[in-house]
Ligand binder design. Structure first.
Ligand SMILES: [Zn+2]
Length: 267
C-alpha cells in the first residue's frame, strides 16, 4: 500500500481551514499522517499591529489550528504578498516535500482571486513534480523521494476565477462529520475576525466558511457540507492515473459527472 501521508499547502494562515481542512481531517480518520503548511506568515492580514507582531500572533494561531486538526505543523517560508514563483522558495518547499513524502497534496486552485494563492499552487505543483529529480537541489539538501503523489486543487475563494467565472468541482467530499472540528480550527485564527470584516466585507469569516461549505454541498446535490476538488493531471506525479481520495473516502467522495463529461470536450 502507498504511504498514507497527506499535506495541505495554503498561502495564508486560515486558507487551509476555509476549504481543505475537512478533507484533511477525513484522511486522518482513515489513517493518514497529515501535514499543515502555509507559505506566508499572515503579516499583512491586519492593521492593528506591525508586520512582525502580527506574524508572531498568526503563527501562534496557525499552530493552534494545526493542533486542533491533529496535523504536523510546518513554519511558513515567506511574508504576505511576497509569495513569488521564485527559485529560493521552490527549493525550500521541495525540501519539505522530500522530507514529508506526501502521497496526497492538497493546495489552492490554479485560478484564484489573488496572486499569493495562485503562486502557492504553482510552487506546490512544481515542488511535488521535482521530488524525484536528483539534479534539482533543495534547500536544505534532501535526498529524492520516489513515491507517487496526487495533487488536488481546492475551490477558489468565492468559487470563482479572477475573471469572475464559476469554477465547478471535479469531485465533492462530504465534510459534515468533521465540520465542527474544521470550524474550531478556523476559529483559532482569532485575529482575522475584525480584519476580514473590514477588508473584504466578510460578515464574520466563520460564517463565510459556513456559506462556502453549504454552497459546495448544494452543488453536490447530495451532501449538506462539502469541499470541492479538482485533480491535477497525473503526468510527472504518478505512473498511472490515481484518485486516492476516491479510494480512501468511499461514500464520502462523489465524482462530479458533469465535470468529467466536460473534460472530454463533450464528444
Ligand atoms: Zn489566503
Amino acid at each position: 500500500m502507498a504511504n498514507r501521508v497527506a499535506i495541505a499547502i495554503g498561502a495564508h494562515p486560515d486558507d487551509i481551514e476555509f476549504g481543505m481542512a475537512g478533507t484533511l481531517l477525513l484522511l486522518k480518520k482513515a489513517g493518514y499522517e497529515i501535514h499543515y503548511l502555509t507559505l506566508a506568515s499572515g503579516n499583512c492580514g491586519g492593521a492593528e499591529y506591525d508586520g512582525p507582531t502580527l506574524s508572531t500572533i498568526r503563527n501562534a494561531e496557525a499552530r493552534a489550528a494545526a493542533k486542533i486538526l491533529g496535523a504536523q505543523f510546518h513554519p511558513c517560508l515567506n511574508n504576505d504578498l511576497e509569495i513569488l514563483y521564485d527559485l529560493d522558495t521552490l527549493r525550500r518547499l521541495a525540501a519539505i516535500i522530500r522530507e514529508v513524502k506526501p502521497t496526497v497534496v492538497l493546495t489552492h486552485s490554479p485560478q484564484d482571486y489573488m496572486e499569493d494563492h495562485m503562486n502557492t499552487c504553482r510552487l506546490a505543483v512544481t515542488a511535488a513534480f521535482a521530488r524525484g529529480m536528483p539534479n534539482f537541489k533543495t534547500i536544505p539538501s534532501r535526498a529524492i523521494a520516489s513515491n507517487d503523489t496526487v495533487v488536488y486543487h481546492a475551490m477558489p475563494h468565492s468559487l470563482r476565477d479572477p475573471l469572475r467565472r464559476r469554477i465547478i468541482p471535479g469531485a465533492f467530499v462530504n465534510t459534515a462529520s468533521v465540520h465542527k472540528t474544521k470550524h474550531a480550527a478556523l476559529a483559532a485564527h482569532k485575529s482575522q475576525q475584525k480584519w476580514l470584516d473590514v477588508s473584504q466585507g466578510l460578515n464574520c469569516y466563520l460564517l463565510a466558511m459556513e456559506d462556502m461549505s453549504l454552497e459546495v454541498g448544494r452543488m453536490s446535490k447530495k451532501f449538506k457540507h462539502a469541499e470541492g476538488w479538482r485533480r491535477h493531471l497525473h503526468y510527472g506525479f504518478s505512473a498511472t492515473e490515481a484518485d486516492p481520495l476516491r479510494e480512501v473516502l468511499g461514500k464520502k467522495y462523489l465524482v462530479n459527472k458533469a465535470y468529467e463529461r466536460s473534460l472530454s470536450g463533450g464528444c
